[in-house]
Write a protein that binds this ligand. Structure first.
Ligand code: BGC
Length: 427
């Protein structure tokens, strides 16, 4: 049957991962610390800041009709209260370029990176951030709102809690390793690694203090406290109100990172608890939104004693996720039980070297989305992550999620077959 007319078929990027030279942002600063946990700095990234037209042209030429990208707060407001009009003009040109090629721009206001000054003021655990974010959102919408239909306020607003859970697991492992090292004399390597890790953490804390004024800066992807978790959603609400008061017709939503949480017999309680944390407890903040951005990459399994590793023999992606495209359909159906607004798949994708596996992934994921649409679930579009191979945060440029390959030396773009394959779904 295919998708209804007007269904958005697009690809996504985020400013810091593709633009290059995002020098006023917290990530840029962290990447350059001597004891950074980044494998390499973002540098010029994909030089998308200068090459956006070529990239949008490739996207549109393959048939895609939507482009999700983010506006960089650190460019718009590099110093507190000092807004940079020339950067607004840059994004105005990007939006105009989308329109020129009949591509719907879906704009994210905050995709993980913040201006350094915001972090120096307490970052994503400080009450004042709500007002700062509202002010930034209002500024952007006053300038560019008339040209936009879709705004995602904050990308993967639930990321901080997910990271807190992972950090807790890591801490436990480190403690266990330390105990082992103490009790087993002679297993020097364990002891050595642990000590070095602690040493590195101390030095990194000092370096952070120099840049951010605090040894533990609260960037967007820091482990979040329950209060910080709530704060992010209050910032979303404040920004949404501001956007609506300026441009009532813009459709506003947030995006969430969601796993397909599957319980094996005995694992139900764990899976339910995880879903409550990952999604359901946010409902009071998002249920009146125009849409919800669904972002999914794989599934997570639970057994009677909690989370399980990937099944034996499963195909793994470069990210070590299980290759499991059916997860998207499951997540959409689960979200729809509680959220009754429109749904937009704002990210779904796979990091693989073999592009034919990407095609298989997209085909299966979209078959699932089609079934949901046929069943009356209002999914309005699908954006693949990512338009091009880019800077995968701490993992640097090693992960290839892209529909377009980017030569790291020449910046030359080479579309992969998956780009045209995805484009074939658009009407
Ligand atoms: C993020 C992207 C990231 C992608 C792949 C999502 O969590 O929004 O910025 O590159 O997943 O890991």
């Amino acid at each position: 049957m295919g998708f209804p007319k007007g269904f958005l078929i697009g690809a996504a990027t985020a400013a810091h991962q593709v633009e290059g030279n995002n020098i006023h942002s917290d990530y840029w600063a962290q990447e350059l610390l001597p004891h950074t946990s980044f494998t390499e700095p973002s540098g010029i990234a994909c030089d998308h800041y200068n090459r956006y037209e070529e990239d949008i042209q490739l996207l549109a030429g393959a048939g895609l009709n939507a482009y999700r990208f983010s506006i960089e707060w650190a460019r718009i407001e590099p110093e507190e209260g000092a807004f940079d009009e020339t950067e607004i003009e840059h994004y105005r040109k990007v939006i105009a370029c989308c329109r020129k090629y009949n591509v719907e721009p879906i704009v994210t206001l905050m995709h993980f990176t913040s201006p350094v000054w915001l972090i120096r003021k307490g970052g994503w655990e400080a009450e004042s951030t709500i007002e700062y974010f509202r002010r930034y959102a209002a500024y952007v919408i006053k300038k560019l709102g008339a040209e936009l239909k879709y705004i995602c306020t904050i990308n993967e607003a639930n990321m901080g809690l997910q990271l807190a859970a992972i950090a807790k697991r890591f801490q436990l492992m480190a403690q266990q390793a330390a105990q082992k090292a103490k009790s087993a004399e002679g297993t020097v390597q364990v002891g050595m690694n642990f000590e070095k890790m602690m040493e590195n953490m101390k030095v990194a804390a000092m370096e952070n203090a120099q840049v951010f004024g605090t040894p533990q800066p609260q960037v967007f992807v820091s482990s979040r406290t329950p209060e910080g978790d709530e704060l992010v959603f209050r910032a979303h609400k404040a920004a949404k109100e501001a956007i609506k008061s300026i441009c009532p017709n813009i459709r506003v939503g947030i995006t969430l990172s969601m796993h397909d949480l599957q319980a094996l017999p005995g694992g139900e309680q764990f899976a339910n608890k995880a879903w409550e944390e990952e999604f359901r407890h946010y409902l009071p903040y998002i249920e009146d939104d125009d849409f919800l951005g669904v972002q999914n990459y794989t599934r997570t399994l639970y057994g009677p004693s909690g989370q399980l590793p990937c099944p034996e023999g499963a195909e793994l992606t470069q990210m070590d996720y299980e290759f499991y495209p059916d997860a998207l359909e499951h997540v959409i159906r689960k979200v729809w039980e509680d959220f009754k607004g429109d749904l937009l798949v704002t990210e779904n994708g796979v990091a693989v070297t073999d592009d034919s596996r990407r095609i298989v992934f997209i085909r299966s994921a979209l078959a699932g989305v089609e079934k949901c649409v046929r069943d009356g679930i209002p999914v309005k579009g699908y954006c693949y992550w990512s338009l091009m191979d880019n800077f995968e945060w701490q993992k640097g440029f090693s992960m290839t999620f892209g529909l377009i390959a980017v030569d790291r030396t020449t910046q030359e773009r080479t579309p992969k077959e998956s780009l045209a394959f995805l484009g074939s779904y658009a009407k």
